[in-house]
Design a protein around this ligand. Sequence first.
Ligand code: ADP
Ligand code: MG
Length: 280
Amino acid sequence: MSAGPVVTVGDGDGAPIETVVELRGVTTRFGSQVVHDGLDLDVRRGDLVALIGGSGSGKSVLLREIIGLHRPDAGEVRLLGTDVWRAPQAALAAVRRRFGMMFQEGALFSSLDVATNVATPLREHLDLPEAIVDQLVQLRLALAGLPPDAGAKLPSQLSGGMRKRAAIARALALEPEVLFLDEPTSGLDPITARAFDALLAFLNRDLGITVLVVTHDLDTLFGIARRVVVLGRGRVIADGSLDEVVRVDDPWIQSYFSSRATSAAPSPSDPAAPVKRDGA
Ligand SMILES: Nc1ncnc2c1ncn2[C@@H]1O[C@H](COP(=O)(O)OP(=O)(O)O)[C@@H](O)[C@H]1O
Ligand SMILES: [Mg+2]
């Protein structure tokens, strides 16, 4: 019933395109406040989607609903073909092994060293000999761009950028098919933030990981997003390439992008191009 991938459309040469995240009519309320009002969204395998929207528009709550941490008041949430809020526990447990989540602020266990943080999902979900766990941890640290000696450090002993990398190493622990990130570059200096964007682009392009990233960072949008989804008034108010979204006639979208001359933006296919942030 809820098992197996949702194959929706072909891409023309016979290969099916799989919908990794499928939201239908998602409605979320906190008391009298309506955060999501019948929201629909699809994310397909291989996408790198940036989710933007005003503060309080419901981006973080939406991520929590997709990964099974917050129950919507109505609607349907499918992740990797599983109905997150109706599937039996066993189906949910299987899906939990297939995605990684990087929470805002990283949310590492502060009393555990980085290697133990990264090993935690491996120990929780797999029954592996410790020597193999150690090797997998070293691989994940390397993949996230951390030096081997970072594993022995506590999160508080790392720089902000390295802490984010440790958080992504932990999110990558189980070789996820999908990665969800909540404002991963917030609080980073521009150079460190762009290096983090390059890491996301690499994970998406070279490892084929589907990425859904909540961001306030215009440079992330201009640098790496292939698709931009805008939340507003409880729904998706724009969805498309950056070029398409910047032209949408909506006051919030126009004020969001007005701080930046879009014509001077580098193409998303060229993430290495220098990106200049103007203004504050
Ligand atoms: N657990 C909660 N209880 C009550 N209100 C909440 C809760 N979580 C989020 N909200 C409210 O829902 C709205 C959307 O929150 P959030 O998804 O965190 O916004 P953002 O788009 O900035 O990430 C906000 O107004 C927030 O105050
Ligand atoms: Mg948020």
